[in-house]
Design a protein around this ligand. Structure first.
Ligand code: ADP
Length: 440
């Protein structure tokens, strides 16, 4: 038995003994005992009433409580309440932390009630769905986002798959919406901006369509020639011509596959080849010889102006490929007899490679699109000269990997200049003076 009970029993015994004593003196022991018991009971009833009030309204421990059983009761209940309050504070903090993290969430998050009204939303919901953080809480979400696909999805109750929608505030933006049911008929709606992903997906689809198209044309030509040869008697010159055509188409496919492989390596930033100090002047002399061969019988006039003292830190193989693509384009898009000038010089602390021609030129509004994969100003013309439509895209990637930029100046009918500007960090100065050597 605890102390309090013993004390309580002792107190009762004391009252009874005192009542008995007084009752004996006054020769009314029975009555005195009853009065004593009533006093004891009355005191406890008073205490009980106080206790009930305190339970209903009080929060502090019974002031001045001492060693009676009531004080112990007050104390135990007070302890229970304190424990409950602590747990409540902990829960509140947890909920607060959860709300803060959900508020900082980059995706829109909304808690919906059974009737589709918004119970809570984060800031991203306001920006992505155009909702008002204060005014729209309590409103039905299907009254605020009224797109029929969204309303159908919300009402369907089938939330295994997300839906994709145009953003209600920006027609160019694409959103993906998920609904996750939880708890007692509540749902969490998450909306995510997938515009970039969507664009990448469209690009990927276009790319595959373009590659298939580019490959299917030479295959159709080869197939056609093979069909015309199989099982039919042909003159040797006819056979020779067919073989030549097939060889040309095979070459075209090989160029395409090589360009594609190069682009994919460059896009993945896979410069496995080691960067070295590249002798660009030496490289350009070789390039000039190649360009003359490419020009063939068309008698272009070539000039090469080179600053022999400027080398470049980078990947020689890729730089050659970029410069060769620009020179090749100048040759292919400049009619016979035209003039092509290749320059390599120091500029603004960096270095510049340029190819200038007086060929067909490019309409100014099309210049920004030139480095897109498979973009050609005139597809027929590009194909007829063996172009893949990937050359300038390769140039762009090589330059990007060397922190350089491409500049294009062109006037239709007068000619074009393509410049590659390399930053000072890429330049390797070589002794020998900065004189320009002109080779014709
Ligand atoms: P292509 O294999 O078709 O040459 P590119 O990516 O190298 O592909 O070039 C893209 C397009 O840019 C070409 O099809 C052509 O229309 C245009 N172009 C590139 N260089 C020149 C140039 N020097 N003069 C005129 N047009 C050019």
């Amino acid at each position: 038995m605890t102390d309090y009970w013993l004390k309580e029993l002792r107190r009762l015994a004391l009252i009874l003994a005192a009542s008995l004593l007084v009752g004996t003196v006054f020769e009314l022991p029975g009555g005195a005992l009853v009065i004593g018991l009533l006093i004891f009971l009355g005191w406890h009833l008073l205490k009980l009433r106080h206790f009930a009030r305190w339970l209903a309204h009080g929060y502090e421990p019974e002031p001045g409580f001492s060693d009676n059983i009531w004080s112990e009761l007050y104390y135990q209940v007070y302890k229970l309440r304190e424990r409950g309050r602590k747990r409540e504070r902990k829960l509140k903090n947890l909920v607060e932390r959860y709300r803060q993290s959900a508020a900082a969430f980059p995706d829109a998050a909304l808690v919906l009630r059974r009737d589709n009204s918004i119970e809570w939303m984060n800031e991203a919901a306001a920006t992505l769905l155009g909702l008002n953080l204060v005014r729209d809480v309590g409103q039905r979400v299907d009254n605020l986002v009224r797109q029929p696909d969204f309303v159908d999805y919300l009402q369907s109750g089938e939330y295994a798959e997300p839906i994709t929608l145009k953003s209600p505030i920006d027609n160019a933006a694409i959103m993906q919406i998920y609904i996750v049911p939880y708890g007692d008929n509540q749902r969490l709606l998450i909306a995510r901006d997938i515009t970039k992903l969507h664009r990448l997906e469209v690009m990927r689809r276009d790319f595959i369509a373009n590659v298939s198209h580019e490959l299917s044309t030479p295959l159709t030509v080869i197939g056609g020639y093979l069909e015309s040869l199989v099982g039919k008697p042909r003159k040797p010159e006819q056979i020779e011509q067919a073989l030549r055509q097939m060889q040309q188409q095979t070459e075209r496919m090989r160029n395409l596959v090589n360009d594609l492989l190069q682009i994919s390596r460059l896009e993945m930033n896979e410069i496995q080849e080691e960067e070295t100090d590249v002798n660009v002047p030496g490289m350009l002399h070789g390039l000039l010889a190649d360009a003359r061969m490419l020009g063939g019988e068309r008698h272009h006039e070539f000039a090469l102006e080179v600053d022999e003292s400027v080398w470049l830190h980078g990947v020689g193989q890729y730089l050659y490929s970029a410069f060769a693509n620009l020179v090749r384009n100048a040759v292919q898009y400049t009619p016979g007899g035209g003039r092509i000038v290749i320059r390599w010089y120091a500029a603004d602390g960096g270095a510049c490679f340029s190819v200038e021609d007086n060929g067909i030129g490019i309409p100014p509004h099309l210049i920004p699109r030139l480095t897109e994969r498979f973009y050609r100003v005139d597809t027929g013309r590009s194909r007829s000269v063996g172009g893949t439509g990937l050359g300038l895209s390769i140039v762009k990637h090589v330059l990007r990997n060397h922190q350089a930029v491409l500049e294009v100046r062109s006037t239709p009918g007068q000619g074009s200049t393509f410049l590659c500007r390399f930053p000072p960090s890429r330049v390797v100065p070589k002794p020998g003076g900065a004189e320009m050597r002109l080779v014709k």
